[in-house]
Design a protein around this ligand. Sequence first.
Ligand code: NAP
Length: 249
Amino acid sequence: MGKGILLITGGGRGIGAATAKLAAASGYGVLINYASDVQAAETVVSDIARLGGIAKCFKADVGSEWDVAAMFDFAESMGRLSGLVNNAGVLEQQMPLQLMSVDRWRRVLETNVIGTMLCAREAIRRWAEQPQADDNRAIVNVSSMAASLGAPGEYVDYAASKGAVDSLTRGLALEVAEMGVRVNAVRPGVIKTDIHASGGEPERVSRVAKSVPMGRGGEAEEVAQTIMWLMSKESSYVTGTFIDVSGGR
Ligand code: NAP
């Protein structure tokens, strides 16, 4: 755990799980947060342990202030908190805006926007109490190409939530730069994970791949590699910026 603890929200599946495995292999102790799929999270923990890494998992709804505080307490009980990947995110059934309910918007914004802000706030508060403890503190937010493409006819609410994540990334990066905390975001394009099933189209990646200049969907590991570069000292002079991981789309 030479690099300290990396907290990854939504780390039990998809992009978060791929990031957790890479992070552990590179020397981080990893705390894998999940919302409900304990089996998936425990599988990632045991996969990491089998390879000699250190990982634990913690159930918390990132939209809950109480859960987030408890999760950060747990992370700090594992060791020195070095980084946060704000990866947890949700989308709902594809439909035009005119059919969407307010309850749905609240759910999407609560996880994707409030969740990201709550976790970022908690990390910054804790780091502010120990300003010198680490020379590579970083937050990586997982946004989406939807922030600029808009996801018309599918989920403009989700796209808007990721636009908010982009603004947060820029603003917070400038706010905490002097503290030595870097804040960046990745914007994945269409990546092969379960999230598309939540939108009602499990095969969405094959359909959309045709419109990707590189002609294919992305792998979760390809996003994870970019997240871990932004987390690493290799990117020590990079803050307030975005990397599109989208095959050119
Ligand atoms: P995924 O496979 O559906 O995994 C989502 C993860 O988020 C799960 O681990 C889930 O926990 C967790 N989660 C959901 N709501 C949560 C909450 N309230 N509190 C804590 N954890 C919560 O999705 P993915 O594709 O890997 O997506 C990861 C991130 O990438 C998201 O922010 C997504 O918007 C973004 N992204 C994905 C794509 C893509 O094409 N896949 C493209 C652009 C951006 P459980 O396992 O417990 O359900």
